[in-house]
Design a protein. Structure first.
Length: 263
């Protein structure tokens, strides 16, 4: 998929596709189960990956240099419990939001890659046969959230480029700790009235402690908000909320596959 094609895709999705991403009162703010919003892939979602050429046959080459190892998968694939083991999940060529399928790599055994994916449980590693239709590259960014301090720090090759306060999950729906990765970079319609604000970094993680009666999904994200007064508070259903100007910058700069750690 070319960068232009990735940027041009438009997808309609329910507002509740991501857990913790509505306002404090979802029914009042339009974040209820039946509410819908337009989400579109942010320009630059294809950056950092060699989308313009076909993946060669055989195990992908080792990529030298700094940054986190990431895999672009150009065809539908399966994830296994171990190299050659039982199938855990089947992956479509694109994410549910129609972004390119870019996976954060946490381990490697020959042609097999241990990766994180939203189709898996928090902390679960799936093994991908990367001998075909897979290209490796490195992403220079990393994201770390201190839940106790309610601060997110973004680094580029180890150097801090952004440090921002965020809202975290409420006591009844706390933000789960763990290592996740960016799967989609999304822009919203009507940011002033949308609980997501302007934009979203969707993650591989899930919220295991959903509110009783919550009818939406369980995906985690870092996103903007139309309720900036909640930033710094423990008030969401699990997602992290940040100021819109910073989120616009991050959605432009942070590549798909970037590792995200919630501590």
């Amino acid at each position: 998929m070319s960068r232009a094609a990735a940027a041009a895709v438009v997808v309609a999705a329910t507002l509740t596709a991501l857990a913790g991403c509505g306002g404090d009162d979802d029914s009042a703010r339009g974040g209820g189960e039946d509410s819908r919003t337009g989400l579109r892939i942010a320009p630059g979602s294809g950056s950092g990956s060699p989308f313009s050429r076909r993946a060669p046959a055989g195990p992908p080459a080792v990529i030298p240099g700094r940054g986190s190892l990431t895999a672009y998968v150009s065809r539908a694939s399966v994830l296994r419990s171990r190299p050659g083991g039982p199938v855990l999940s089947r992956l479509a060529r694109q994410t549910r939001f129609k972004s390119p399928r870019v996976l954060h790599v946490v381990a490697r055994r020959g042609a097999w890659l241990g990766v994180l994916a939203p189709e898996l449980r928090n902390g679960q590693v799936g093994w991908l046969d990367a001998s075909r239709n897979t290209e490796l590259f490195r992403v220079p960014y990393s994201v770390e959230a201190s839940l106790s301090r309610r601060v997110v720090t973004v680094r580029r090759l180890g150097r801090v480029v952004v440090s921002m306060p965020v809202a975290i999950g409420s006591p009844s729906t706390p933000t789960p700790r763990g290592t996740f990765a960016v799967t989609d970079k999304l822009l919203t319609e009507n940011p002033a009235t949308n609980p997501y604000g302007c934009c979203i970094l969707a993650l591989t993680g899930h919220q295991p402690q959903l509110s009783q009666g919550w009818g939406g999904g369980d995906r985690l994200a870092i996103h903007a908000t139309n309720s900036p007064q909640t930033i710094g508070e423990a008030t969401s259903k699990g997602c992290l909320r940040a100021a819109s100007p910073i989120m616009r910058r991050l959605v432009k700069q942070v590549p798909l596959g970037t590792p995200v750690v919630f501590r």
